[in-house]
Design a protein around this ligand. Structure first.
Ligand SMILES: *Cc1c(COP(=O)(O)O)cnc(C)c1O
Length: 338
């Protein structure tokens, strides 16, 4: 694209040429419609505005050295969106429709997909909202599915690096049997104060313990947690964390590398035992953790003694990025080539 400074893109919003929309009316999904309008005409009594019938997804498309465009695991996002739909009583969008929409909107905005060399990518944001008007608390009768895209910069501008995190006990992101396992905006509204608190204290992100006992590790902001020790990849099992597709992919890659994978409750004290740890998600793939502070208990769990990403995090990061950009073989069939 003409005037885009690819290397200095932030994780923001940039207008692109098209988005794609699909309406659910009279009990069925309609046809995909390519649209160049950025705004939505929404009834003021729509259920998404009042009662949080809103779900979203996040995935990326990458331009390879070979010029091909690769979309990472869109069927996993389609399935997670269906799970979210079941969770907040919205009609499930078929996987084929989801993937078709993602491919069409990426193709239509091809000129916004950053070049391979930039390390940037095209972020894809699907959104599903209840649109029909009502004041009583019921699921809507009508829905809108939209997918827009925006180019985003490389997460690690100064190179792959570690960050400090802080345990926040003052606020919970989600209840043990709440909506934490679904990708809904309400969880984010609930996280804003904890996130601001962490930032105000000079940390890169907030770290959540389980809401019930405040004993086990849940998530780091909008990313899953994993720790590495004794050739084992350990990640929390909990009823209130979002099932990250990046985490699922890393578990597979760790296994491929001959590591053991454990998914189980991880007590806070175990943080002293990890050789490496990271926060993982679509935005950064892995954000290695420098340390985690528990201010209330006056503890600081230093994970990276030298402040640098460890060898396992680095290897996993390079491997997953390599698959996404087409530099590494896609042995698990994760990539959809446009
Ligand atoms: C989206 C999200 C993640 C990361 O999921 P990915 O599929 O890996 O991008 C982790 N935690 C929360 C709360 C999220 O919303």
């Amino acid at each position: 694209m003409e005037n885009i400074d690819w290397a200095n893109l932030s994780f923001g919003y940039m207008r692109t040429d098209y988005n794609i929309r699909c309406y659910y009316r009279d009990g069925k999904w309609g046809k995909l419609e390519l649209c160049s309008e950025e705004t939505i005409n929404l009834h003021m009594a729509a259920t998404s505005l009042h009662y949080g019938q809103e779900a979203f997804e996040g995935l990326k498309a990458f331009r390879g050295k070979d010029g091909k465009i690769r979309i990472f695991r869109p069927e996993a996002n389609a399935e997670r969106l269906q799970s979210t739909c079941r969770g907040i009583l919205m009609p499930e969008l078929p996987t084929e429709t989801f993937i078709d929409a993602v491919k069409k909107v990426v193709k239509a905005n091809e000129r916004f997909i950053p070049p391979y060399e930039s390390g940037a990518s095209l972020y894809i944001r699907p959104l599903l909202i209840g649109t029909s008007a009502q004041v009583g608390v019921h699921p809507a009768r009508e829905y809108l599915f939209v997918v827009f895209v925006t180019p985003v910069g490389p997460y690690f501008k100064g190179g792959f690096s570690t960050n400090p995190y802080v345990i926040i006990r003052e606020f919970d992101r989600s209840a043990p049997l709440g909506t934490g396992i679904y990708k809904v905006g309400g969880n984010y509204a609930a996280s804003l104060r904890a996130n601001k608190m962490a930032h105000d204290l000079g940390y890169s992100c907030e770290f959540y313990l389980d809401a019930k006992e405040k004993k086990y590790i849940d998530e780091c902001g909008a990313a899953n947690f994993f720790g590495i020790k004794n050739n084992t990849y350990v990640t929390p099992l909990s009823t209130s964390i979002l099932p990250s597709i990046t985490n699922r992919s890393l578990m597979q890659l760790a296994e491929d590398m001959g590591m053991k994978v454990e998914r189980r409750p991880v007590p806070e004290e175990e943080l002293t035992t990890f050789e490496e740890a990271g926060a993982c998600g679509t935005a950064a793939v892995i954000s290695p953790i420098q340390r985690i502070d528990d201010l209330e208990n006056k503890k600081s769990y230093v994970i990276s003694k030298d402040g640098k990403p460890g060898p396992v995090c680095t290897k996993l990061y390079n491997k997953l990025r390599g698959i996404q950009y087409g530099d590494e073989p896609d042995t698990h069939g994760w990539v959809t080539v446009l």
